[in-house]
Write a protein that binds this ligand. Sequence first.
Ligand code: GLC
Ligand code: GLC
Length: 614
Amino acid sequence: MKHSAAWEKEFAERFEERFDEFKWLYCEVYNNDLQAFYWLCGAMHEYYEKRGASLKKLDRERKKTPFWYSTNKLFGMMLYVDNFAGDLKGVKAKIDYIKESGINYLHLMPLLKSPKDRSDGGYAVADFKRVQPELGTMKDLEALTAECHKNDISVCLDFVMNHTSEDHAWAKAARAGDEEMRKRYFFFDNWDIPFQFERTVPQVFPTTAPGNFTELENGDIVMTTFYPYQWDLNYGNCVVFNDMVCNMLSLINRGIDIIRLDAVPYIWKELGTNCRNLPTVHKLVRMMRLVCEIVCPSVLLLGEVVMEPSKVAPYFGTKEKPECHMLYNVTTMASTWHTVATKDVRLLNRQMQQLSELPKDYVFLNYLRCHDDIGWGLDYDYLSSFGMSEVPHKKFLNDYFTGKFEGSPSRGELYNDDESLGDARLCGTAASLCGMETALEKEDKEALRQAIDCDVMLHAYMLTQSGIPVIYSGDEIAQLNDRGYHGDPDKKADSRYLHRGKFDWEKAERRHLQNSVEGAVYQAILTLERIRSQNEVFTASADFSVIDTVNDHVLGIRREYQGKRLYAFFNFSPQEQPAYFDGILSGTELVSGKKVRGLSETLKPYGFLWIRCE
Ligand code: GLC
Ligand code: GLC
């Protein structure tokens, strides 16, 4: 009794503190619909009551260190449950591997019920309350998150909020003519308004799913920004917001620590706009942040904003009114691959410089590869100062990474190659993009060495950045592309399946063999990860700046935290390169343990240095 009174008090305090702003925002977006607002408040309280005591304790714990995720201690991995271990129980059984790999942040890719032949990799949810039967049950999910927590692993899960599957109960009822349910989507009985939208709204999947609307068998037209079977939800309807918040909270209560807000820039639509990043999106995200701060304050929001930097940063909100806790460092990711192709670090230099000027409480999720394609969203204004222009440069990058370009060892495939725009994106695993597949096929030992060194150097660079590094499952054992999807009718049109192959446990077995490819990559990444977690200079809030290495092939970064300093250098070229320091350096290279003293060092092809200065 006493216990529950204490929990009530905590809730009431958090609620009262945020009530005015929450109500204000809600009334603004939903036309003063107080009845709907109080319904949501009641539902929030219910989800709080249902929230398990161990999760409430975690809320309390993390409140003491609100920036617990802003450190050098988190190392993430994202994986598909079925590819990695068949089902949720399988993942639980493989937790030793996850731990051995140094992972304490685990992103489980979409696992809710979704039609098998129309799932977009699970991003078309037919039931937010049920796990895809082949993967297990909600109980299995709870058991897995509990096991993760026992092992100090935080769990991230997607919340696919922009749309539902056409097989979701709401969509089925809407299709059958239920008026209330139709209002949850964007329904039209003729093409007038859809055509008006099409004039200003770009396409996400121009070749695999052209257009933003789909005509149903009875002539009704429904908005489908992504695939035709993913129906956009209408957040202008407060019932949609309320019910989706409840869906989110019910998932969170299964033990989810980080909610990935899938495709969040798209959730608000207005005629005459591009329907991306509209001001109301930020109000909705801010309300979701407030809901979490009230009901489950230990939970973090990770926004999926795959956009240029000026669109990304606003999703952090302001200091007083924060929105997302974390965002993807997407421009750095794309700029990194650009640098692999051009071997010229100037763009990356500039990108690092711009990041270094952002507030220290912006936490980025850093990654090299993920389940999606690489889109070439680069700073073309800057690149044009070297005479590179957008369309030909994208063509060069795509030629390079598909191995068409003379001398390129890369093995990617194009994604959504829209010839009219010259705008194709790219798929492939890190190892195949670095050239391992080609080298293995040709049995070229020297080329293989270089591909491994390139791959490891890229990981070292990712780990040098501020924020949370997240590895794409399989990259730690240098998994190659999987062309099997070409023969699968449900997948063959979507080249993202090239890098969504089954985790190769036979390859993983070789991770302990020093002279195997898998061992070389796995052990190197593990070593880097250990060094990173032991050295506070890698903490997310450290200062960092770019060093002019007087060599366009070598990127230099200086990090500093409470008097500790790190100088990091990355050679993006396949030749030996000198790197000049910005003065005399004296310190220890953290990987080799060698002492360094002087004005410069020679980096081996695709080599890197992490020099800690005393
Ligand atoms: C996200 C996912 C992507 C999916 C899309 C539609 O951006 O990352 O895989 O296709 O949303 O849900
Ligand atoms: C675009 C979208 C992103 C989605 C991706 C899928 O980049 O912005 O949300 O994940 O396409 O390819």
